[in-house]
Design a binder for this molecule. Structure first.
Ligand SMILES: [Zn+2]
Length: 131
């Protein structure tokens, strides 16, 4: 797993978060047009290894979300928080949805991909802001 919403880190994922933080988020596209979230060496759909970094669309679409009121200790100061999955072109990204009233969320609403820091651990996370 790469985009782990719990904040687990790895080298390739950090590179991806850096790119998103600079407004240069990208996904990996294989020769067959499948998209995947970095880091990857092969396409998870077809195994193709010729992956091209392709800019993410500016706006994603909220697909699904869950509101967490009681978190594990590593997220205790962030509650309540919304974990969401949004699609950006062919890829789906998991992140924390900020600046949003959980009562007013709707599937299909447009979101922007950004980064945030956990209030509990100070780790960087992928995050979404409503557009
Ligand atoms: Zn593929």
């Amino acid at each position: 797993m790469s985009a782990d919403p719990t904040g687990a880190r790895d080298e390739g994922f950090d590179d991806f978060v850096d790119a998103v933080a600079e407004g240069e988020g990208y996904y990996l596209e294989c020769d067959s047009g499948h998209g995947s979230v970095p880091p990857r060496r092969v396409c998870p759909d077809c195994g193709g290894s010729d992956l091209t970094e392709t800019p993410l669309p500016d706006a994603g679409e909220l697909r699904t979300y869950t509101v967490t009121h009681v978190a594990t200790p590593s997220f205790s100061e962030d509650t309540p928080y919304v974990t969401a999955i949004a699609s950006f072109g062919p890829v789906r990204i998991t992140g924390q949805l900020r600046e949003a009233d959980p009562e007013e969320l709707e599937r299909g609403m447009p979101v922007e991909l950004t980064t945030a820091r956990s209030a509990t651990t100070d780790r960087r996370l992928l995050a979404f802001d409503p557009r």
